[in-house]
Design a protein around this ligand. Structure first.
Ligand code: GUN
Ligand code: ZN
Length: 430
């Protein structure tokens, strides 16, 4: 079989380790201006400043930035249909917009078309891997897995579990849900680049019996992921306290059922206390920071420095449709503003790391995605440094790599994407 050799020229940027909080000059950053990234049979094999020999297929993006594909650790496929829905907080927003949109996914044709549109949209925003909520319908998870497989994408997903406090057409029951999970796990978990996440929507929409079933699935197979929401909104937190009077906190509802482990991804985590933060650190669970959503739904300001202090992992996530863009630049730019409101400065390095290597490592996928380390799968995006006169002038005035990348993060979006490769295959050429 002939070796496929692809070389991409541009300004290579990735991370070798975790950047320090706030540092502009950081040894964790690997910035290699005007290098060739070398890809063989879909994997990174090296990088060099010299032109590669003619055995390499060459794509010259000189003057552009090349990054590992973004990883969005919390996003809802069916909610593209309700992105940018006017005004209300979480619980009202769910009932008014989100649940009706998710109910349409009972139709397999709707779920299939929605999954394909969603994954193509992720790629068009430079996101090559994601941790995704479909809907309660088994077919919506199947459609998502099959569509990701067809695109060669790294995807973590699972059928949503919800057996109460949701409208007709959006509830399952413990026994059927368990059968559906077991079947989906056997067909998709660990197959190609797919992994299964036990997907508890959030504590209020599962009975204690369903939470116990979800916990049992996790205990039976520690390679499974778990995804849910936690402590997003104050009214939600109060509701959980009423529904689970014996739990110490919202997070404790999950902890008691064995749902917190190194492969658990919990969205938001705004209204946590110190004991919760310790539990997250001890269990190895991560929080998906969703700044765009947190601002849009008026949920609150996630305290990232407190997370660092406690020692639990934080990744970045769009949470579309609570979030208003699939763009990870826009998401991270909102993250900067959230931390500014906390009196903190989020560096471009900490931000970008949380959407690349940091997210990959938190998912246990650091050897596969998130960086240009030799051996990684070549999920790679090519970006214009600047689009339009305002960004172009700002970019030209930047004096340090951090200043330049920070301006890029703040001013760019999916319109800057020039190409996206998944396992070395061009999936987007703009
Ligand atoms: N909590 C429970 N479900 C959801 C959802 O779909 N979006 C957000 N942002 N929070 C939730
Ligand atoms: Zn969400």
């Amino acid at each position: 079989v002939p070796v496929q050799r692809l070389a991409l020229r541009g300004d290579l940027l990735d991370f070798m380790s975790t950047p320090a909080w706030g540092a502009e000059d950081d040894a964790a950053v690997r910035f290699r201006p005007d290098h060739w990234l070398l890809i063989e049979n879909g994997r990174i094999v090296g990088a060099q400043p010299e032109d590669p020999d003619p055995s390499w297929q060459r794509e010259d993006h000189a003057g552009r930035m090349i990054l590992p594909g973004f990883i969005d650790t919390h996003v809802h496929c069916p909610q593209l249909d309700v992105i940018a829905s006017y005004g209300s907080e979480l619980l009202d927003w769910l009932n008014r917009y989100t649940f009706p949109a998710e109910r349409r996914y009972a139709d397999p044709a709707v779920a299939q078309a929605g999954a394909e549109r969603f994954l193509d949209a992720l790629l068009a925003h430079g996101t090559t891997s994601a941790v995704v909520f479909p809907t309660v319908h088994k077919g919506s998870a199947e459609a998502l897995f099959e569509s990701a497989r067809a695109r060669g994408m790294r995807l973590v997903a699972g059928k949503v579990l919800m057996d109460r406090h949701a409208p007709d057409g959006l509830r399952d029951d413990v026994a059927q849900a368990e059968r559906d999970c077991i079947d989906l796990i056997s067909r998709f978990h660990g197959k190609d680049r797919l992994a299964y996440a036990v997907t508890v929507r959030f504590a209020p929409t599962s009975t204690p019996e369903q939470l116990a079933m979800a916990g049992a699935l996790c205990k039976a197979d520690p390679t499974l992921y778990m995804q849910t929401h936690v402590a997003e909104n104050r009214a939600e937190v109060e509701w959980v306290a009423k529904l689970f009077p014996h739990a110490r906190s919202y997070l404790d509802v999950y902890a008691r059922e064995g749902l917190l482990h190194p492969r658990a991804v919990l969205a938001h985590g705004i209204w946590l206390d110190e004991a919760d933060r310790r539990v997250l650190a001890e269990t190895g669970a991560q929080v998906a920071f969703c700044p765009s959503s947190n601002l849009f739904l008026g949920s609150g300001l996630f305290d990232w420095p407190a997370a660092r202090q406690a020692g639990f992992r934080v990744s970045a996530a769009s949470d579309v449709g609570g979030g208003t863009s699939l763009s990870m630049q826009r998401t991270l730019a909102d993250g900067y503003k959230v931390q500014a409101l906390n009196g903190q400065r989020l560096s471009a390095w900490v931000a970008l790391h949380a959407a690349t290597r940091g997210a990959a490592e938190a998912l246990g996928l650091g050897a596969e995605i998130g960086s240009f380390d030799v051996g990684s799968v070549a999920d790679v995006c090519v970006w214009d440094w600047a689009q339009g006169p305002v960004a172009q002038v700002r970019d030209a005035l930047a004096r340090t790599p951090h200043e330049r990348v920070f301006a890029w993060l703040t001013l760019s979006d999916e319109r800057n994407l020039r190409a996206a490769y998944v396992a070395g295959q061009a999936r987007v050429v703009a």
